[in-house]
Design a protein around this ligand. Structure first.
Ligand code: ATP
Ligand code: MG
Length: 621
């Protein structure tokens, strides 16, 4: 088994060349719950360089987020680094978020810092408490939390609206922002494009007093939605369009789920996010590559606000990494929501969904997801990760932990004709097997061998193809942990369908007894006794999409759905599975890893989900 696991590992590592970061020296982490050394990458190198230089060593911390003055009155910051995971609570988290969580919380853990869980609720959209709870659950389930240095680091961006408003007023006072009342059409036209510089707005030369008065009008609700925006005054000719006087506040007469009707102007994400980072003393603000072009504005804003004494210094810095793109799934909350709404799946936690709740229900473990994020590493260029890499991580973690059991997914009866004659009519013979082959201390399971057994339909062939060593007339096969039988043929029903396989017991061949190996057989098959089999539904999942990149290039991903992604069979299981705890994982020998469904299983009546097969056997049809 160990050798097999190694082969799987090397195969999964071999399917792509090691990235530059994987070739870098490794850092051993003492804090993390994974014992493996983690590969270094450019973010680790940046953090290590900052720690070596003491970039953030003199910062002070108010004990909670705050302005420069509040932090200065506090203690030396006990956290060596601060990162953050900033979800918008508008959906369930997916595997891409898991990467971001493992990265941000993992780095904080490894470098004796803290990662903040920040709900980014600057949009006055309806926040759903279900999503907030699910996000907290997901972070904790992955093995992380936001408690550190004696306090909680769970924050929400809407708590900073006052400070953000103050920062906007400060920019106006400095002549660095103005209220623009061009129509949105003119504003778009005057922004220019990649080849044409922008044109200054006629409102750009307003005086400070005029801008303050107009911004106050916006603030008190005197202006309707869309009639004015506050813009940073930077450079309409900048080659970076994001620096052409970006909008920083807009009017939205909407009730916010936390601040109610206190505000009718809301900060734009590009303005709010750097300020949130700064107030929270974030050192390394890690985001995905789409935000690379926003970095100059991030730095511009941090520079102006630290010069004005509003935010703590040195300010945070933004670093970008490539988002996770995983083949055969979509990772966009909007698209996942559509799959749920249009009932292509049973819900956000459908075991085929790449959501954290879906993966969990499928049988994924936190260890497997952490191993996956370590294996795929962190890079600065976009790429697609093969779904098989995710599956390999699950296999490699479950191999060591999952209890073993036998199951038959497509049952056909095997009748042993001479059983009663040799063993006595109705006799049942107890067989045993280890719960885990490498952990004898985990004990044994037992089940009954008798005249009638269940075997897989595919384990019999009337006319065996070349290299087929299982049951066919005249061939001897071992029933694992049981006896050797010799096949004598089969019976068929009126439709010509296989109805029963017949065999004869070869005496004195019981596994574990002296002389059992005197007869050499090439085939060993799994089975379940007809006398003690437990019948249960088993859901066989395949990939949700037929195409590796279902939504690439704006394609209709619904058309790429795999119509055969779920097949439910009535399987026969060995008796040890009768009381499988919901959520527990097993290796069904020869078949793969299966988890007792967390939702539909009861302690008396299990329902199993196939988490992953034993081998990577996916062939796109
Ligand atoms: P979606 O497009 O699915 O709605 P999002 O980026 O809008 O995702 P947020 O809730 O804003 O979702 O994301 C929270 C954090 O998760 C962000 O810091 C974002 O960079 C990160 N994140 C989201 N998707 C991925 C991904 N595929 N790979 C890595 N990080 C991701
Ligand atoms: Mg978002």
């Amino acid at each position: 088994m160990a050798a097999r696991a190694d082969r799987i590992k090397s195969r999964h590592c071999a399917h792509r060349a090691p990235t530059h970061s994987e070739l870098q020296p490794t850092v051993t982490d003492s804090n993390s719950n994974d014992t493996q050394a983690k590969p270094s990458h450019f973010l680790r190198q940046i953090i290590e360089a900052d720690l070596a230089k003491g970039t953030y060593a003199t910062r002070r911390w108010a004990g909670q987020p705050g302005t420069a003055a509040q932090h200065l009155a506090g203690q030396p910051d006990p956290a060596r680094i601060r990162t953050r995971f900033p979800p918008e609570p508008n959906g369930y988290l997916h595997i891409g978020h898991a990467k971001s969580i493992c990265l941000n919380f993992g780095l904080a853990q490894d470098y004796k810092g803290v990662c903040h869980l920040r709900f980014d609720d600057t949009n006055p959209e309806k926040e759903d408490q279900t999503f907030v709870n699910a996000i907290e659950d997901a972070v904790q389930w992955l093995g992380f939390d936001w408690q550190a240095f004696g306090g909680s680091h769970r924050f929400q961006a809407s708590d900073y609206f006052d400070t953000m408003h103050g920062a906007a007023v400060y920019l106006i006072e400095q002549g660095l922002a103005y209220v623009d009342e061009q129509s949105s059409e003119d504003m778009r036209k005057n922004r220019g494009d990649f080849s044409t510089p922008g044109v200054n707005s006629p409102f750009r030369s307003r005086t400070v007093a005029e801008n303050l008065a107009r911004f106050a009008d916006m603030r008190v609700g005197a202006l309707p939605d869309g009639t004015a925006v506050l813009r940073a005054k930077i450079d309409m000719a900048s080659p970076n369009i994001n620096m052409r006087d970006p909008a920083i506040y807009r009017i939205r007469h909407a009730t916010h789920h936390h601040t109610g009707d206190a505000w009718c102007i809301y900060p734009m994400y590009t303005f709010a996010h750097p300020i949130e980072d700064a107030l929270e003393n974030i050192t390394h603000s890690i985001c995905t590559l789409e935000f690379e072009d926003q970095r100059p504005f991030y730095d511009w804003l941090m520079d102006k606000l630290s010069a004005g004494g509003i935010i703590n210094t040195p300010p945070p810095k933004q670093y970008e990494f490539a988002r996770l793109n995983l083949t055969y799934v979509v990772t966009s909350k909007r698209k996942l929501a559509q799959l749920v709404a249009d009932k292509h799946v049973s819900g956000w936690d459908d075991p085929r969904m790449p959501t954290i709740v879906g993966l969990r229900r499928r049988g994924y473990t936190p260890q497997a997801l952490r191993l996956f994020t370590d294996r795929i590493g962190v890079s600065k260029s976009d790429s697609w990760i093969d779904y098989a890499t995710l599956e390999g991580s699950l296999r490699d973690t479950l191999d060591a932990s999952a209890d073993r059991a036998m199951a038959v997914l497509d049952p056909i009866k095997l009748h042993i004709e001479n059983w009663d004659e040799l063993m006595g009519a109705g006799h049942l013979d107890a067989c045993t097997a280890p719960v885990h082959p490498h952990h004898p201390e985990r004990g044994e399971r037992s089940f009954m061998f008798g005249a009638d057994l269940w075997i897989e339909r595919s384990d019999y062939e009337q006319e065996p193809p070349k290299g087929y060593f299982r049951l066919f007339p005249g061939n001897k096969v071992r029933l694992k942990y049981g006896h050797v039988v010799e096949c004598v043929g089969a019976t068929y029903d009126a439709f010509g369908e296989l109805a029963q396989v017949n065999a004869r017991l070869v005496p004195d061949t019981k596994s574990g007894t002296p002389g059992a190996s005197a007869i050499k057989v090439k085939g060993v098959i799994t089975w379940v006794g007809a006398s003690d089999a437990v019948q249960a539904p088993v859901r066989l999942y395949e990939r949700l999409f037929k195409d590796a990149q279902p939504d690439a290039g704006g394609r209709d991903f619904i058309a790429a759905l795999n119509p055969d992604s779920l097949q439910t069979v009535q399987a026969m299981l060995e008796p040890s599975l009768a009381n499988a705890a919901p959520g527990s994982s097993y290796q069904f020998e020869r078949l793969g890893y299966f988890a007792a469904d967390r939702v539909d299983s009861t302690a008396q009546a299990p329902v199993f989900n196939r988490s992953v097969g034993l081998k990577d056997s996916w062939v796109a049809k």
